[in-house]
Design a protein around this ligand. Structure first.
Ligand SMILES: *[C@@H]1O[C@H](CO)[C@@H](O)[C@H](O)[C@H]1NC(C)=O
Ligand SMILES: *[C@@H]1O[C@H](CO)[C@@H](O)[C@H](O)[C@H]1NC(C)=O
Ligand SMILES: *[C@@H]1O[C@H](CO)[C@@H](O)[C@H](O)[C@H]1NC(C)=O
Length: 744
């Protein structure tokens, strides 16, 4: 009977490894044969892994997290509180050893979520079929599954069986041939040397795993971070030690990333009185003040009418911008001023520079436009945190000395309202970075006082900007006013070819060297130069993409069949296979099969994407997906932008530039196993814990070894395991963070 296996699953608790011993399992199996009601017995189930229905979210608010770090001391420089002392290494090994006692193998595990008991039975009944089904083609599979479904019966079960089909599709042979990804990891070969120790380590671990010794137990001693940034800690942006050492902060170097040498393993405390965030779309207009308690920001912005404290809420009157009469009016004026912009059709992707509380992006959703907003981290203006709490995409970033983490020529429109960036100085270096990011033929919308006010300073800046944009071959297509909001705006267009560059009498700003790859964006210093535009029509950047939404599904014109895709097929086929795969997985599992209440989900991140298939498959949901292309993965980010989705490059061995508690759902497809070769897994899971909201969810697809490792850590963090599944050494893990924090 199916339930037996479940029991072996539930009772595995780190602190009591003897639970894994065979006699215990036998006893539990026996007990369970008595009846399913036994599942609810507290004898069997650890309390923290609750039995509640998958869809019912816990009602409790924050169980008083008291011990916030004292804001005054600077902590231990980096703010790194190393959690588990010198023998952490050993602990990890011990954990592995312990894990070997828990054979995932071919089993299907599920938490005994009530609604899933049935699934469980079916999944297990189905398991023997997987082998056969795998060999048939996709259509065949579906048909066969359908027939099986009929023999089972009712409609409700049909869904569950589709889920099984999907599970089986965890790593379909036709999509992820073994080794295909490895081959493409070549791009990281330069880094490999420095991580050789990690590789060696993982080899050692494998050996240890082979020899099982389940006696050992591991106890994590989690601690709260003791840092000045307190509940807002972003390790790479709050590295006080590194910031103190900076020779200059003239270019906002102190707002740039400075990652601690060793990634922290402490946990970020919750703000006092933290509540489950308000759901989108209400959150656009009001959020809980207790979740983002920045009194200074309110004082500072209050007179600008951006935001107000109203009782327990923070509200955003007039849409939370300087546009007193609404961001939507302003958005429409932009389109009237340059009809070619055509929000939601020609223009799908916007970049908002110095985004305030990201209302511009928040309202552009209504025009079917996806906006990447960014602003520097600043203790007085936690703008990005407000944006994310509101359910609007944003990252912490600064126009400083380095390129922004995006490929070239990807944004349809770049917007800057009162962004106070000194565009015109230093050869126009910062504006030239926007030029790199702007699609040829794309628009820059600038609404700042120099556009419409006549103070001497404004006039001076306007003249400088006018000269600079002209020298960059940007054409000013309109200069007009939003009379209702009383702001002026100037709209510029980037050229689509090199003619104007070549005709310039003075080659200033100069063209960049041919060896300068415009798509290189990770830790690349800014230079005041212009990248020549591509001329070969088979190359990206020579044509505007299809209109939205057609552009989502269309294979980019510059992907040719002579290229090999990430999964080993010719690139265009690869692209389609990826999309089909994720559509299936998302429909069958994530939306229908796993008991996820999507109304609680707004901010989503795909931590390791290939072509953005996961995000594309979620299009109908009221969510947005931040797509991450890890720096050692094939650079597919331009493809993601081409289809009207967005994202950035990131190195998951470092912290992400977002505030704590900002994402509702993280998705990691074969990320952690890949990372293990380059850095320790534990700090990465701690980072996941940092950016995930309490009660937020994590879905991992990876090899069983890695899944076991992650599962063991997150259980010690008191997360709920909602579902695990494995087959042929590949597995899926679905877990949910809780409000739990350590008391020290
Ligand atoms: C936090 O760090 C400071 C300075 O390193 C130290 O004096 C203080 O005791 C620490 N607080 C806790 C709760 O560990
Ligand atoms: C990967 O690197 C190896 C040696 O560095 C090279 O021989 C091989 O052709 C590369 N493969 C790809 C797909 O670039
Ligand atoms: C400039 O914008 C205004 C509205 O803001 C519009 O009426 C006018 O037609 C635009 N001019 C051009 C040349 O597009």
């Amino acid at each position: 009977m199916a339930s037996g296996k479940s029991v072996t699953r539930i009772d595995i608790r780190r602190t009591s490894p003897s639970y894994c011993s065979t006699p215990t399992i036998v006893i539990f199996v026996a007990l369970c044969l008595v009846g399913i009601w036994m599942f609810s017995s507290t004898i069997v189930v650890p309390e923290e892994i609750s039995l509640q229905d998958a869809k019912s979210e816990t009602k409790d608010q924050v169980p008083g997290v008291d011990s916030q770090p004292s804001g005054d001391n600077l902590g231990d420089n980096n703010g790194n509180t190393i959690v588990d002392e010198p023998n952490r290494e050993t602990s990890m090994d011990e954990e592995k050893l312990e894990k070997t006692g828990e054979k995932l193998g071919e089993k299907t595990h599920e938490e005994p979520l009530k609604e899933n008991e049935e699934v469980l039975t079916e999944l297990e009944n189905k398991t023997p079929d997987f082998g056969d089904l795998k060999q048939t083609n996709e259509g065949g599979e579906t048909n066969k599954e359908r027939r099986d479904t009929d023999t089972i019966g009712e409609n409700s079960k049909k869904k569950k069986v589709e889920e099984i089909e999907d599970m089986k599709g965890l790593k379909p042979k036709d999509i992820l041939p073994d080794g295909a990804q490895l081959e493409l990891l070549n791009m990281t070969s330069t880094q490999k040397g420095s991580w050789s120790t990690q590789d060696a380590e993982s080899e050692k671990e494998k050996e240890l795993q082979a020899s099982s010794s389940p006696e050992s137990q591991i106890i994590y001693s989690w601690k709260l971070c003791n840092v000045t940034a307190g509940t807002d800690y972003i390790p790479c942006l709050d590295n006080e030690k590194a910031i103190k050492k900076l020779r200059s902060t003239k270019h906002y170097e102190h707002r740039e990333r400075h990652c601690p040498e060793e990634s922290p393993t402490c946990l970020v405390p919750l703000p006092e009185g933290y509540k489950r965030p308000i759901k989108w779309p209400k959150s656009r207009d009001k959020i809980w003040y207790s979740n983002v308690p920045h009194t200074k920001l309110v004082d500072y912005k209050g007179h600008q009418n951006w935001l107000k404290i109203s009782g327990e809420y923070l509200t955003f009157p007039g849409g939370g911008t300087q546009f007193k009469h609404g961001a939507l009016h302003y958005i429409d004026v932009i389109q009237e001023s340059q009809t070619d912009i055509a929000w939601g059709k020609r223009s799908r992707l916007a970049l908002d520079v110095g985004c305030g509380v990201a209302s511009f992006g928040g309202y552009l959703f209504e025009r079917d436009v996806l906006t990447m907003s960014f602003a520097p981290k600043d203790e007085h203006e936690a703008q990005v945190q407000f944006a994310l709490e509101r359910g609007i995409p944003a990252i912490s970033a600064v126009m400083g000395t380095k390129r922004l983490p995006f490929p070239s020529k990807v944004f349809d429109v770049i917007h800057c309202a009162r962004c106070r960036v000194p565009w015109h100085i230093e050869g126009g270096m910062l504006l030239l970075e926007l030029n790199r990011l702007l699609r040829p033929g794309g628009y820059f919308v600038w609404s700042a006082t120099p556009v419409y006010q006549k103070l001497p300073e404004d006039v001076e800046i306007w003249n400088a900007m006018f000269a600079l944009t002209k020298s960059m071959c940007w054409k000013m297509v309109n200069k007009t006013k939003d009379k209702v909001n009383r702001v002026g705006l100037a709209i510029f267009r980037k050229p689509t070819d090199n003619k104007c560059y070549e005709k310039r009498v003075i080659q200033n700003p100069p063209l960049c060297q041919d060896s300068d790859d415009p798509d290189a964006a990770w830790n690349i210093p800014l230079q005041a130069c212009i990248h020549k535009l591509p001329t070969d029509p088979a190359i990206r950047g020579t044509q505007w993409p299809e209109q939205w939404p057609q552009r989502l599904e269309k294979t980019p014109y510059w992907m040719s069949s002579s290229q090999i895709g990430v999964y080993g097929k010719p690139a265009p086929e690869d692209f389609i296979a990826d999309y089909e795969h994720w559509k299936r997985v998302v429909r069958n599992s994530y939306i229908n099969g796993m008991g996820i209440d999507w109304s609680t989900i707004r901010n989503v991140m795909d931590m390791k994407t290939v072509y953005g298939g996961f995000a594309a498959a979620l299009r109908e949901m009221k969510v947005w997906v931040m797509n991450i292309v890890p720096i050692n993965s094939p650079d597919t980010l331009p493809i993601i932008y081409e289809r009207g989705l967005f994202g950035l490059y990131h190195d998951w061995c470092e912290s992400f530039s977002t505030y704590p508690r900002t994402y509702d759902l993280l998705h990691a497809d074969h990320l952690f196993s890949n990372l293990k070769r380059r850095c320790k897994l534990l700090p990465v899971i701690v980072e996941v814990d940092r950016i995930l909201r309490p009660e937020g969810k994590l879905i991992i697809r990876d090899n069983v070894e890695t899944i076991n490792e992650v599962e063991s850590v997150v259980k010690s963090l008191q997360w709920k395991v909602r579902m695990t599944y494995s087959k042929d050494k590949e597995g899926l893990l679905f877990v949910q963070k809780t409000m739990w924090r350590p008391t020290v």
